[in-house]
Design a protein around this ligand. Sequence first.
Ligand SMILES: [Mg+2]
Length: 410
Amino acid sequence: MSTRIRSFEVLVSAPSRNFVTVRITTDDGVVGLGDATLNGRELAVVAYLREHVAALMIGRDALRIEDTWQFLYRSAYWRRGPVTMSAIAAVDMALWDITGRIAGMPVYQLLGGASRDGVLCYAHAAGNDLDALAEAVRQRQQEGFRAIRLQVAVPGMAAGYGVQKGARRGERYAYEPATRAGLSVEQGWDARAYLSYLPHVFEQMRGEFGAGPMFLHDAHHRLTPIQAARLGASLEPYDLFWLEDVTPVDNPEALRLVREHTTTPLAIGEVLNTVWDFRTLVQEQLIDYVRASVTHAGGITHLKRIFEFAAMYQVKSGSHGPTDISPVGMAAALHLDLAIHNFGMQEYMQHDPRVGEVFRTSYTFDDGMLHPGDAPGLGVDYDDEAAAGFPYAPAYLPAARLADGTAHEW
Ligand SMILES: [Mg+2]
């Protein structure tokens, strides 16, 4: 048996949106897949992998997962950041996939086996007004979701985060923020209007749906610390499962002030890449959920390290799972979610049906829970023929501005 790496490919396809996939093949023909999709900056990671990683991988032993992670992290000299950590993540996932396929076991078994029966996940619901939001919540409940993230357009504001402007009532909700074939769409932002409106939104939704469903909300980095403190305090009566990304996380110490004022659980971390980025947030217990991404935080090997570090401080996990995480990244997250002890919640923003033509997955959704399945490895296959029908097209995430034109966090 030869587990040496024979080929290293970087595949780009866009079934409804862009995905970057690493495919590693061993001398014996065992194939592993990894997700390297960095939404809106996809080709930076493609170049990193093709120009600077591929040659280093040929001839290496695919089973040396930890050593390869440490080699790629340390030998680059220039550390951290989303491009580097997404590239390393994709290689790492592909090597776990190969190891599982050789062992004939799903990756979660290699990570210590299942710690639970399934992975609790939350869906997105959004509306341009409260009636449309309630309708979206009902749809998600009918699909079986027990946990739902609520986003709504704020009256008087041109657009809000997570809300598809112009979506017709009753239309299946498929929010995809990255705009294809064009530059960033600019949206307005008014924190005063948002802070006054949000408690009313959750009061209405609790009134309509009762205490049962788990509700979440994403502030998407748009608030100052004192604004975030006010939002958390004002939402306390409505029992959020978590409030996500209340402030930009460049300054983790800012969360101290938020924490002094509210017991609403906080989740942060989708733009962070390494365990070191989480040190202050976790050690000072400034958050309740490390909400990180397997695709942008160094793959299964490193995200497991982040989650286990968080576990020492009674901080739980929250795996990032929007549509810009490919089905390969989604599967990798699910294997880890199932295996770790301090699991919290997995985001599940279902992919467009075209994605399933390129990526054949074995994960399943039932009664509000996901399961990665028991196929060997990650359980995802890539269809080259289908992918050829979906070429890359540039796409940009939106930008936000205040009423006077000042650039703001989107
Ligand atoms: Mg988010």
